[in-house]
Design a protein around this ligand. Structure first.
Ligand code: 5GP
Length: 193
């Protein structure tokens, strides 16, 4: 069976990654999203094993020692990691996999996963992004300052991604991501066209 393809989507906090991913998955329901690990606390409405596997810092380090992760990163002060086992299982079954990871994690994958497609989701402007961050009710002023700093760091690293998609309008951005995914299939020698 042909191996699935790996797609990495990054973008600063507040750019609308989750909303665009939802819209992409309505168009490509077969696209898989393996559950990642994080040490951050679950937000209201989130469930362990659905949005993330929520683990303690000790448990995370134990998993890391055990070679569980394809990549790890500290984002907004919390640890995040993609499960190598979960991703490999899906790819080997021929399923396409979408990872939503920050730029530190993505750059770790750049060298290891030469066939992966890297997409950066950007805001229409920095001002629009900062306004979106301010609107988010869940964040304190200190958290907002940290997220702004992280956003600037992420925006500065968008240059090496294969594709830059501007989230000016969710449905349009999702269409563009789908076009990239279906168009890029022809680029990969390991996948049937
Ligand atoms: P949130 O906690 O709000 O769901 O995610 C915060 C940020 O963490 C996201 O913007 C995403 O870029 C990053 N993130 C989520 N999962 C992973 C992961 O498995 N690895 C890495 N490197 N970053 C992740």
């Amino acid at each position: 069976m042909a191996r699935g393809r790996l797609v990495v989507l990054s973008g600063p906090s507040g750019v609308g990654k989750d909303t665009v991913i939802q819209a992409v998955r309505r168009r490509l329901p077969e696209l898989q999203r393996p559950v990642a690990y994080t040490t951050r606390a679950p937000r209201p409405g989130e469930e362990d094993g659905r949005e993330y596997s929520f683990v303690s810092p000790d448990e995370f380090l134990r998993l890391r020692e055990g070679g569980e992760f394809l990549e790890t990163a500290t984002v907004h002060g919390n640890l995040y990691g993609t499960s190598k086992r979960r991703v490999e299982e899906l790819l080997q079954r021929g399923r396409d996999v979408l990872l939503k990871i920050d730029v530190q994690g993505a750059s770790q994958l750049q060298a290891d996963q030469p066939d992966a497609t890297f997409i950066f989701l950007a805001p229409p402007s920095r001002e629009v992004l900062l306004a979106r961050l301010r609107e988010r009710a869940t964040e304190s002023p200190a958290e907002l300052a940290r997220r702004t700093e992280d956003a600037d760091r992420e925006l500065a690293q968008s240059g090496w991604y294969h594709h830059l998609v501007v989230n000016d309008e969710v449905e349009r951005a999702a269409d563009e991501v789908v076009r990239i995914l279906t168009g890029d299939r022809a680029r990969s020698p390991r996948l049937p066209q």
